[in-house]
Design a binder for this molecule. Structure first.
Ligand code: ZN
Length: 233
């Protein structure tokens, strides 16, 4: 059982009736519901003091999930710095959908993290392109989401260490939808699905992927990170 903190911007659900109809308690609550049977889950949102990501919260978090969209710029740089440091120390990070453009992910990647998009409610098929990967555990060769926002290549991120999913959209575009990275001791998984006007996080296979990804990103005991001058031993 991992200690999971789900961070959500939590603005669309409070300001847009169409989004509130899909996620009445917030995207974070729906993701928490997907993980709660297997993990110790807490939530945090942008408008909480320190965005809910205090030193204590982060130190007790094994895996942080991050959903943001409209208010990336409102995330305090000091909090970004704090989360970034925890990732390097070993905290796992799931970066969800439009969080590709968060300050945190852009800093971790070092690239623009830009992509192409179109909000047309079209079909998406996600192909499992690394069937042996733990994040694909229990999945078939592919799964489909009937209504999605399209994200298309080029996706300006570094080459992933492992690519688990490639999406195809009915408009013909493709996208790297499940990208694994290591930064410092931390494991990072970018997972594309999750647009706020569709019930993506209610989809059983998406929920399975989230659980698998938390398991994969949970820190393991390794050798402690020690840097600086060293005496002979
Ligand atoms: Zn979106």
């Amino acid at each position: 059982m991992a200690a999971v903190t789900i961070w959500n911007e939590y603005r669309h659900e409070r300001e847009d009736e169409a989004v509130a109809a899909v996620y009445p308690d917030g995207i974070h609550a729906t993701i928490a519901d997907a993980l709660a049977d297997e993990h110790d889950v807490q939530t945090a949102t942008l408008d909480d003091p320190e965005h809910g990501l205090t030193v204590d919260v982060l130190e007790s978090t094994d895996v942080l999930c991050w959903w943001g969209h409209d208010a990336h710029d409102e995330v305090d740089d000091a909090v970004v710095e704090r989360v970034h440091e925890r990732v390097l120390e070993g905290m796992g990070l799931l970066v969800l959908h439009s969080a590709h453009y968060s300050k945190l992910f852009k800093r971790l990647m070092g690239t623009s993290c830009s992509l192409q998009w179109r909000e047309d409610g079209g079909l998406e098929r996600l192909w499992v392109v690394d069937p042996g990967h733990p994040i694909a555990d229990g999945l078939g060769a592919w799964f489909e989401l009937p209504e999605t926002e399209m994200y298309g290549e080029p996706f300006d991120v570094p080459e992933p260490d492992r690519l688990v999913f490639t999406s195809w959209f009915e408009g013909g575009e493709v996208f790297r939808s499940g990208c694994c990275y290591r930064r410092g001791s931390g494991r990072i998984f970018y997972f594309r699905p999750g647009h706020e006007t569709y019930p993506i996080y209610e989809h059983e296979t998406v929920r399975r992927v989230l659980r698998n990804a938390v398991d994969w990103a949970t820190p393991v005991d390794g050798s402690p990170r020690t840097f600086g001058h060293r005496e002979r031993s």
